[in-house]
Design a protein around this ligand. Structure first.
Ligand code: ATP
Ligand code: MG
Length: 357
């Protein structure tokens, strides 16, 4: 047996519905991976934040929860949501406070075509995108309100707020990601023909930041035209960079084009590393399929892969990634991918495919 040389602290928030099931699968695989590699240890603390706590106490998390989470190197998140609770409550009580408190200003969503997965776009497109979404400002800044509520004169505003500091730190990170990728190609998505302020600022800041990354080829697309390009000319794209709202929409489109939402991982990063970053599957709590052992665990497992890379455990991440690909190639998949396997069967297969060093 080896002695673990590196320890990382991780807060685990399984959440609700299939979030709990895919989180359990992830813990099982991470434990197997740790045993295989023998040179790192994840010190995991599970947190029971979620809708059941909300229904019991009126709050998704206990007092002092943000100070508690602050101590960890990373946060793994399953999913939250409940059929009896409106989505915006968990969003504004739990998810947005985490992004704000820990300044997780970059959301990263890799999107690849996978051998063995049916996709809408031609296999020859070889889609291998990374979508970077600004995660703390814009349309989700929480600014706006309603006046004359319920009267014919009612006005509701939802103000998108962009700051130069916020846009610049995000675009700088986005260009650095593009610069590290093989194609070194970045597409900036805006709607600056229709919006006179915020997205014009984006265009200006992007032009300035791009000067520091001469090796990156970049272009600009309006978001409407971008949807067509993603669907019809997917091979022309590599690193896709967008605002909070546009990034949300385009990343769902991307996941749909490449296969199942059960495959899509996401990372909310604090690039300074002074506060924890968060890793989670893109999908939600999906109460329609909970409790049946049929949720696809791959989105959660790929999120764990991204977490391992962030923690510097590149070798473990590569092994886990390879095991996931191999299980899909062998057709050991859940129903959303056309397979007949249970969550637990896919999980055990991936554990057994983790290669020896
Ligand atoms: P939320 O409200 O948090 O978005 P949701 O219940 O709407 O959650 P989504 O994640 O948006 O669920 O997923 C939509 C549908 O896709 C689900 O109802 C489910 O049928 C399917 N789905 C989602 N995730 C998975 C998964 N991991 N495996 C298999 N099917 C999934
Ligand atoms: Mg949903």
């Amino acid at each position: 047996t080896h002695t673990a040389t590196r320890t990382h602290t991780v807060a685990f928030i399984p959440g609700d519905g299939i979030g709990i099931e895919v989180s359990a699968a992830t813990r099982r695989v991470l434990a197997a991976l740790e045993a295989k590699c023998g040179d790192f240890h994840l010190d995991i603390a599970e947190k029971d934040y979620g809708s059941l706590r909300y229904l019991r106490t009126g709050a998704y998390a206990p007092k002092g929860w943000l100070e508690d989470l602050q101590q960890y190197e990373a946060i793994f998140f399953g999913a939250v949501g409940h059929p009896d609770i409106e989505d915006h409550i968990s969003l504004w009580q739990l998810i947005l406070p985490i992004r704000q408190a820990f300044q997780q200003y970059v959301n990263v969503r890799p999107c690849r075509q996978i051998e063995g997965v049916q996709s809408v776009v031609a296999a020859s497109s070889h889609v291998d995108w990374v979508i970077l979404r600004e995660n703390t400002e814009g349309e989700y800044a929480g600014q706006g309100g309603r006046t004359h509520v319920g009267t014919p004169h009612e006005v509701a505003t939802e103000v998108a707020v962009f700051t130069r500091v916020g846009v610049e730190r995000f675009l700088r990170y986005a260009f650095s990601v593009a610069a590290q990728r093989e194609r070194k190609q970045l597409t900036l998505v805006t709607k600056s023909n229709a919006q006179r302020f915020g997205l014009v600022l984006w265009d200006e800041v992007a032009a300035a930041v791009a000067k520091d990354f001469p090796e990156v080829h970049w272009d600009k697309m309006l978001v409407d035209a971008m949807t067509v390009r993603m669907a019809c000319k997917p091979h022309t794209l590599d690193t896709i960079v967008a605002t909070n709202l546009h990034g949300d929409i385009l990343s769902d489109l991307a996941a749909g084009l490449c296969g199942s939402i059960g495959l899509a991982p996401s990372s909310s990063l604090n690039p300074s590393r002074e506060r924890p970053s968060l890793f989670e599957p893109v999908h939600g709590a999906a109460f329609d399929i909970m409790g049946q052992d049929i949720a696809n665990p791959v989105a959660a497992l790929w999120s764990a892969c991204e977490m391992l890379k962030w923690l510097g455990e590149e070798d473990a991440a590569v092994r886990l990634d390879a095991a996931i690909h191999e299980s899909i190639r062998r057709g050991i998949t859940t129903a959303d991918l056309g397979g007949t396997c249970k969550t637990s069967e896919v999980t055990e297969e991936i554990c057994s495919l983790l290669s020896d060093a």
